[in-house]
Design a protein around this ligand. Structure first.
Ligand code: ATP
Length: 327
């Protein structure tokens, strides 16, 4: 099967800034692909390269197997949903959604029909006559999505599309986006710096740092088998400790052990509790384990010891992940 988007040795440098640095990447057709990384790691530049708003300074991009060099954005079969939505506030919703069709010269009746169809997809049927400026944040987000879908692209690029929404709405939109992507069978490339969002939504995740991809894999791969200390720390919080301390042998290597994989175990090892924080569902414990700081998350109903007391802890050895490198 042809990949939807392929990066072949792609770099985009701005003077001495290596925004994207020798990236190789294949995004499959129909995949929900997340680009995750800290601010400035090159995610948005990757998206802009796919969209055609930026050109590589080295390497090239293919879209459905065809080189995209010099192909202008509107001929790329991809559409972008921007973080700020970029709606025209004085136009009504239907005109906003149909705008690009008007630019392409499509007739009024036909483009209005297409706009209504796209609005139905995002569950805004009947909102066509409202002014964009009168909508709530969540509704604006849907209009922005409808505006991308109206062109029937095969790839939808989403740059932090939920960043402006409050947590409840954000979680609801995550589910809706995911099910829309599935039902339409489109390729979604989604940029976020929110690791929960990336892990919960994506089929596969690429973790970026300094313009390079640190790791690509399924959410479970990235979370359970991080390739480096950077990935282990960025994707969730992790205890990174000398491997021999957790009985995993491999002297000189490092182990990552997720806080939720540490359990209170009467037959376990003795540690000192240095912090205890109630979080509702869980209690977070800071522990001193042979001079190493560990974080553990235990169920809130567990009878967790208090600061200054001793705790007995254990873990399932299969949850200990040895990292090949410590970059
Ligand atoms: P964020 O999450 O903050 O949006 P990002 O991971 O998307 O960050 P990019 O926006 O791709 O990161 O930026 C990567 C690097 O390239 C940054 O150091 C940024 O300052 C730089 N950069 C991006 N666009 C330009 C530009 N047009 N001119 C100069 N430098 C740029």
């Amino acid at each position: 099967m042809t990949d939807a988007v392929t990066f072949r040795g792609v770099s985009r440098h701005f003077g001495s800034v290596k925004a994207v640095d020798e990236v190789d990447l294949a995004i499959q057709d129909g995949e929900f692909f997340a680009m995750l990384g800290p601010s400035g790691s090159g995610k948005t530049t990757c998206l802009r390269l796919i969209a055609g708003f930026e050109q590589p300074t080295a390497g090239h991009i293919e879209i459905f197997g065809e080189r995209a060099d010099g192909v202008p954005p509107y001929l790329r079969n991809v559409n972008t949903v921007f973080q700020n939505y970029a709606l025209f506030p004085h136009m009504n919703v239907r005109e906003n959604v149909a705008f690009s069709l008007r630019v392409k010269g499509m007739g009024r009746a036909e483009r209005h029909r297409a706009a209504e169809e796209a609005l139905e997809l995002v569950e805004l049927a009947g909102y066509g006559n409202r002014r964009a400026g009168e909508l709530s944040g969540g509704q604006r987000q849907r209009v922005a999505l409808a505006r991308a879908l109206v062109n029937k692209p095969r790839v939808v690029l989403l740059d932090e599309p939920l960043g402006a929404l409050d947590l409840k709405l954000r979680e609801q939109m995550q589910e809706e986006l995911r099910s829309l992507q599935r039902s339409l069978g489109l390729t979604f490339v989604f940029v976020t710096h929110d690791q929960d969002e990336a892990l919960s939504m994506a089929d596969r995740v690429a973790v970026f740092a300094d313009g390079k991809i640190q790791q690509i894999g399924t959410s479970e791969d990235i979370y359970r088998r991080p390739c480096s200390r950077f990935v282990a720390d960025f994707v969730g919080s992790s205890n990174v400790i000398p491997a021999d301390l957790v009985g995993a042998g491999a002297a000189g290597k490092w182990a990552s052990l997720r806080p939720e994989d540490i359990v209170l175990d009467p037959a376990g090892q003795e540690v000192k509790v240095t912090g205890r924080f109630f979080h509702g569902r869980v209690t977070k414990l800071s522990l001193d384990f042979a001079g190493q700081n560990l974080t553990a998350l235990v169920p809130a109903h567990a009878d967790a010891p208090d600061v200054g007391e001793t705790a007995l802890i254990g873990w399932d050895p299969s949850r200990v992940h040895i990292m090949e490198e410590d970059t």
